[in-house]
Design a protein around this ligand. Structure first.
Ligand code: C2E
Ligand code: CA
Ligand code: CA
Length: 839
């Protein structure tokens, strides 16, 4: 017996045919013909081999046919083939191919396929080919190897001569299965008592598997009674179960466990069937399955990931783990009452706003939504098909992603969309326009006085201002409109499909009014205001760059016109802005090249007509355009910050000039609010005074309300420091700005200069006359000296005198003149009004 319980049989052959056939075939080969001919191999020379061989051809490419078969081969072939014996003559024909041949196709499948393949292989390779045919009869498998050698055929298609290759191998199938299986198989016979009741079972036969599972050799088991071999309760129960089966007929299946010799436990699944008193028993070791179930339970129950097992139909939960109960907040009972679908939630309840959910939305017991990724795996559970599902909660991760996505597209300070998102929306609007012709308007905003607030009140206050400005803008918009913060104090608004005049009347006016209202910052009201530039799609551009650039140009224009207003883009603006930029550069160069000079305009005692002081005023002598008014270039110098070095130069120059004047004559110098941003202002003034040797008490600094706009502590401190040095501080251009009494009270000014616009109309315009009068009485009541500037006529002088102004300044007395001329004015006045001391 071999491993497979097979046995070598010489039923058809002595096992030598193949060897002989091959040797004969080799011998017939000649050097010129690698494939020997039919005549050489077969005719007259086959001898005893002929009995055990067959000749096959595939004539004309048709299916293979067996031309003849020797007696033994034919008998082997004929087993199970109807009429085969008649068809196969068993006689070797001479040259003539018999008409009675057997198609290979007529053979049963287990022969046909291997023979076909072998014949084809031999013919294509020109070499011997092999086949194995397995045939089954009466529970025995017979394996027969065949060999085929190709033969040349002078009359047509080549032949293949086929013979046995070695002896057949017979295998008892049941025996093979019985032996091969890992399962234990027992044949038992029922032992009955006197009353013919089954009481025990005797082991009739067993396989190796049974020996292994029962841990005893076959000899110790065969012919023994089960009850005596394995005394104990488990065996008693097993015998009772089998006995009941025998009485009843049919089958039984159960599990049992018993101790193993190595100290472990053997888990057996037992299946039994009976034929009369003969019982067959199969025992399967289910220890692995049991162990797998135990580790599954461990992995499942204690897993930190929420998991459950649902029925294959997904209509109910079969089991849930503790993590699922803790995470979802439902009790185990609540879970088991529900269908898995009950966990699901509508997609509009997304837990991370801003990003569409990619997972499944679930509802927890407290009603909150979570986004989960579900991982599923089919598996048997308690004997039926089920699905194990693990739920990974993605909510936190998705929230983080949403936050990051939001941050990438929004401004952290105001929460508004940022430049990136705005550009995207603008591009969408442009695409919409290209598609359905929908127009849109782009507004660029810039807060007018943000920089002053930010520099003087500090960044936290600046931030608060920006937040409030963002809220105010947002309040002016409809739902479709988009507002973004582009950076700094720049905002942009995108309005869909508007009609421009209505937009200007509505939205634009609303935004300007909203931002024009004072902002309550650091306990005080600040006036900020905004300028707006407008560009229209498609009129002013059909790509984001052009539209943004043109809205910016319009904004630049609105700003240059003093702020608090809006401008729509016009093609000329481009040129205008370029010209302005050019002038900025020119200004820078002019200063570097010394094209600036100072002129001095006297301030007179309103009654005595004496020169009390001179105001230094800047002049720019443009090499081409001649003199340029400071009203034109000072704002530009302020915007570019150039006013700081220019201002310092003004002081040095004017101080040096004033130092040459008689002691009694003072000097007035204008200071820009921008110069206050520079923390060194006090030191600059002190240094210039010292350098020129000018007594600070002879200096008057003229400032405008805007310095006090934010009533900044820093600016006030600067003013106090200057005043502490003995410098006088004058409020210039009074009446033009907010002229708030509060500003006058916030600092002890030495002088108020009434703006010349009121003086020029005094007596003609009742409103102006009223203001001229009010400022005079304000000065009297606050104890502050008053100056009226721009006095051109004697009538005006008379009126101002009558109102009680202390000082006057204007063309009536003198224009602003260069230094030498100012000195001559002083000389002439001395001559006209002789000095008391000289007299
Ligand atoms: P401001 O401080 O109000 O200076 C008075 C302006 O009124 C001067 O104009 C002066 O020439 C003009 N003016 C004086 N009397 C009369 C008059 O009777 N009739 C008319 N129509 N005008 C008169 P100017 O020199 O063109 O200066 C304009 C403005 O430029 C100044 O106004 C001041 O705000 C600014 N500015 C001039 N120089 C400086 C400077 O050195 N530094 C700073 N920061 N600003 C300066
Ligand atoms: Ca002035
Ligand atoms: Ca003035």
């Amino acid at each position: 017996m071999n491993n497979w319980g097979g046995s070598v049989s010489a039923q058809h052959d002595d096992g030598q045919t193949g060897k002989n056939l091959l040797r004969h075939w080799q011998d017939c080969r000649t050097p010129g013909a690698p494939i020997p001919s039919y005549e050489a191999v077969v005719l007259g020379s086959l001898g005893r081999l002929a009995d055990r061989a067959a000749l096959v051809t595939t004539r004309d490419g048709r299916a293979a046919r067996i031309l003849w078969a020797g007696q033994v081969f034919g008998a082997w072939l004929a087993q199970g083939v109807e009429g085969a014996e008649g068809a196969l003559s068993g006689i070797v024909p001479a040259e003539i191919i018999p008409t009675e041949t057997l198609p290979v196709d007529a053979l049963p499948i287990e022969l046909r396929e291997p023979v076909d393949e072998m014949v084809a292989a031999a013919l294509t390779s020109g070499q011997p080919a092999y086949a194995r045919c397995d045939r089954l009869a009466a529970g025995v498998v017979t394996s027969t190897r065949l060999v085929g050698v190709p033969l040349g055929n002078r009359w047509g298609e080549p032949f293949v001569l086929v013979g046995f290759d070695g002896a057949s191998v017979r295998t008892e199938l049941v025996q093979a299965m019985f032996t091969a299986t890992d399962q234990g198989i027992l044949a038992l016979s029922t032992v009955r008592d006197a009353a013919s009741r089954p009481v025990d079972f005797k082991i009739v036969a067993l396989n190796r598997g049974a020996e292994r599972l029962l841990e005893r050799p076959a000899a110790a088991l065969q012919w023994q009674r089960v009850g005596q071999l394995f005394p104990g309760a488990v065996t008693a129960r097993t015998i009772a179960t089998l006995a009941a089966m025998v009485e009843r007929g049919g089958r039984a299946a159960f599990e049992l466990s018993r101790p193993r010799s190595d100290g472990g436990t053997l888990y057996l699944k037992v299946e039994a069937g009976c034929v009369g008193d003969l019982v067959s028993v199969t025992m399967t070791d289910v220890g692995d399955i049991k162990a797998r179930e135990a580790s599954f339970r461990l992995l499942f129950e204690n897993n930190p990931v929420p998991m459950w097992v649902v029925a294959d139909a997904r209509d109910r939960f079969l089991a849930v783990n503790d993590a699922a109960i803790a995470h979802y907040g439902y009790s185990r009972e609540q879970f088991l009452e529900r269908a898995p679908a009950d966990l699901a939630m509508a997609a509009d309840a997304a837990p991370a706003p801003g990003l569409p959910p990619t997972g499944t939305l679930h509802r927890r017991a407290d009603g909150s939504a979570i986004e989960v990724s579900l991982f599923q795996r089919a598996m048997p559970f308690e004997g039926r098909q089920a699905v194990l599902e693990a739920a990974i909660d993605m909510t936190e991760r998705r929230r983080a992603e949403a936050r990051i996505a939001h941050m990438a597209h929004h401004d952290a300070l105001t929460g508004l969309p940022n430049r990136v998102l705005f550009r995207d929306r603008l591009a969408e609007a442009i695409a919409r326009h290209a598609r359905d012709g929908e127009a849109a308007v782009l507004l660029c905003l810039d807060l007018d006085k943000f920089k002053i607030v930010n520099d003087t009140l500090g960044h936290p206050v600046g931030d608060a201002l920006l937040r409030e400005a963002a809220e105010r803008i947002a309040r002016c918009l409809r739902e479709d409109d988009l507002v973004a913060r582009l950076g700094g104090d720049e905002f942009a608004i995108l309005v869909r499909g508007p009609d421009l005049p209505a937009l200007a009347d509505g939205l634009v006016a609303r935004v300007i009014a909203e931002l024009g209202r004072p902002f309550r910052l650091d306990g005080q009201d600040c006036h900020i205001g905004t300028s707006i530039g407008v560009a229209c799609l498609p009129r002013d551009g059909t790509d984001p760059e052009t539209l943004m650039k043109n809205a910016d140009l319009a904004l630049y224009r609105a700003k240059a016109e003093g702020g608090g207003t809006f401008r729509c883009f016009e093609p000329e603006m481009d040129a205008w802005v370029q010209a302005r930029r050019r002038r900025e550069n020119e200004l820078r160069e002019a200063f570097a090249r010394g094209q600036f000079s100072l002129v001095y305009q006297p301030l007179m005692d309103a009654r005595a007509g004496r020169i009390l002081a001179f105001e230094a005023l800047l002049r720019w002598h443009h090499p081409e355009h001649g003199p340029v008014s400071p009203a034109e270039f000072v704002p530009l110098a302020e915007e570019t910050g150039l006013i700081v070095p220019i201002g310092a130069w003004v002081m040095q120059t004017a101080f040096a000039e004033a130092a040459t004047w008689p002691e009694a004559i003072r000097l007035a110098v204008n200071l820009s609010p921008i110069q206050f941003r520079n923390r060194d202002l006090v030191e600059t003034v002190r240094g210039a005074l010292a350098a020129a040797g000018l007594d600070p008490r002879r200096l008057e600094l003229e400032i405008t309300e805007s310095v006090l706009l934010a009533d900044s502590a820093a600016n006030l401190a600067t003013l106090h420091a200057l005043r502490a040095m003995g410098i006088r501080i004058a409020m210039d251009d009074f009446g033009t700005g907010y002229s708030s009494l509060g500003y006058l009270r916030s600092f002890p000014f030495d002088k108020i200069k009434l703006d010349r616009s009121f003086v020029s109309q005094v007596g003609e315009n009742t409103h102006c006359t009223a203001i001229v009068r009010a400022v005079a009485s304000l000065g009297t009541s606050l104890g502050i000296a008053t100056t009226a500037e721009g006095v051109e006529t004697a009538e005006q002088l008379a009126m101002l005198r009558a109102e009680g102004y202390d000082e006057v300044q204007g063309f009536l007395f003198s224009r602003a003149v260069p230094g030498p001329e100012a000195r001559r004015l002083i000389e002439r006045a001395r001559e006209a009004v002789p000095d008391d001391r000289a007299a």
